[in-house]
Design a protein around this ligand. Structure first.
Ligand code: AMO
Length: 429
């Protein structure tokens, strides 16, 4: 066995016993007769101590290794109060599992600031840094807790196609691909499929979804490939029921993250306020009123980054819904009352992290709406078919995972929250 213990698994009962540890060499301090090696594994760091006269060959090999080489070390686990975790390994045997090339393209522990592009170009090494790892541990936790909440509420996890013949959120911002000689698209969201599923009798579904959007943005809050938690639920009376799921899921996940990810939050210096539900609801009309006191803003316009920031400055809370948008501001599938769509955005510190709506479930009304918008219904034949044989009232939301994390952890760039970001300039690694 290469490893009997991870760094965090060693306890007093192991002192004096032989153990095996493994990981990356972070630091080598060679004092001549004795050398101290800091070895890093998934959970932390440990000290390996080598004494030259005990085994000169092993000592020589160990101190000549390059930083970030991977070794497995066996020896006696010995109590040592001077070492941070209270013990060290007195090395007796070693297996070099992999030599790291030099120089490293970026440092792992160096305090010098590495620029963001270098970090992304070397993402695997970047992930060895505590801060980067902490973000992805919290991402993992968030998805787990959100799923846990949804499953408790009767949502089942589904996976819908990512290659499709029709686009859901608008025609131009799609990646076109060649599908055996026929045109196809990468989905912008699971929108059409999750709605279709509401006619299946499954009633409540969720998906950890991939969004592909060929938007030409180059901002700190947009990605061309992003992930979301998408839900759809049937037999609702209004979008209020959907909003309740969005806010309760958020509250549940934040609480759990605070309880179970305190180490990671500390590494990231993230201080979290966990507001209780219900989150405030502000109508679009109220937003317009607030904005018009400050800037020139017309009813019907979209809220851009500047407007969202300004609004956040004027409000005292971090998490809130904007409701009752103008119909024109929302996609064709949103249900409406007169000039207002039954749609909402969930805002977190001045940025939209989720949006959703009650949908049009009546086939005739949907056709009418698509005609008004001049949409080509043939492209939506399969979607429309699902509305013809019994479709209950329904609604749902799409909740950006990277956007949520960015705000929760106060990160400046959304690219911090996805392993291998895709943007207009970045298709690698
Ligand atoms: P929308 O287009 O608002 O709605 O997307 C839902 C949420 O997904 C995130 N998001 C993005 N994150 C990063 N980069 C992007 N380019 C990007 N685009 C979207 C945001 C956003 O709030 N079908 C509807 C949802 C629904 O009604 O169920 C939709 O896709 O956090």
């Amino acid at each position: 066995m290469l490893r009997t213990h991870y760094s965090n698994e060693v306890s007093k009962k192991d002192y004096g016993k032989k153990i095996a540890i493994a990981g990356w060499i972070e630091e080598i301090r060679n004092l001549g007769g004795i050398a101290f090696i800091i070895l890093r594994d998934r959970y932390g760091r440990m000290q390996v101590t080598a004494i030259k006269k005990q085994n000169p060959e092993l000592f020589k090999e160990l101190v000549s290794l390059s930083r970030e080489s991977v070794i497995a070390a066996r020896g006696i686990c010995q109590e040592n109060e001077k070492v941070r975790n209270g013990w060290e390994l007195l090395i007796e045997e070693m297996e070099v599992l992999s030599h790291a090339d030099t120089p490293l393209p970026m440092g792992v522990v160096d305090k010098v600031n590495v620029d963001f592009d270098t970090r992304l170009d070397n993402r695997i090494i970047d992930l060895r840094r505590d801060e980067t790892k902490a973000i992805f541990m919290i991402r993992h936790a968030f998805i787990g807790f959100a799923s846990e909440y949804l499953r408790k509420k009767g949502f089942i996890e589904v996976h819908t196609p990512k290659i499709t013949a029709a686009s859901s959120e608008g025609g131009t911002e799609v990646f076109r691909i060649d599908y055996f000689g026929k045109p196809a698209y990468l989905v912008q969201s699971p929108q059409l499929y999750k709605q279709m599923l509401m006619a299946s009798g499954l009633d409540r579904v969720y998906e950890i979804a991939w969004y592909f959007r060929a938007e030409e943005h180059d901002t700190s809050r947009h990605l061309n490939e992003s992930t979301a938690i998408d839900i759809e639920m049937a037999f609702i009376e209004s979008e209020e029921e959907v909003m309740r799921v969005a806010e309760e899921m958020t509250e549940y996940a934040i609480q759990k993250i605070m309880n179970e990810c305190s180490n990671e939050l500390e590494i990231l210096h993230a201080k979290i306020d966990a507001p209780s539900v219900p989150y405030p609801r502000i109508t679009y009309d109220e937003v317009v009123e607030i904005l018009q006191k400050e800037i020139d803003f017309k009813w019907g316009e979209d809220l851009g980054t500047d407007e969202e920031n300004l609004l956040a400055e004027k409000l005292d809370y971090e998490l809130y819904f904007i409701t009752k948008f103008p119909v024109e501001a929302k996609p064709f599938y949103a249900m409406f009352d007169g000039k207002y769509a039954r749609a909402f955005d969930l805002e977190f510190k001045g940025m939209e992290i989720a949006s959703g709506a009650q949908r049009i479930h009546d086939y005739e009304l949907l056709i009418k709406r698509m005609d008004e918008l001049g949409m080509n219904k043939e492209n939506f034949a399969d979607y429309l078919k699902a509305f013809r044989y019994g479709m209950p009232p329904h609604g749902g939301f799409g909740y950006g995972i990277e956007r949520f994390l960015m705000r929760l952890l106060n990160l400046k760039n959304i690219r911090e929250c996805i392993l291998f970001p895709r943007d207009r300039k970045r298709l690698r690694p």
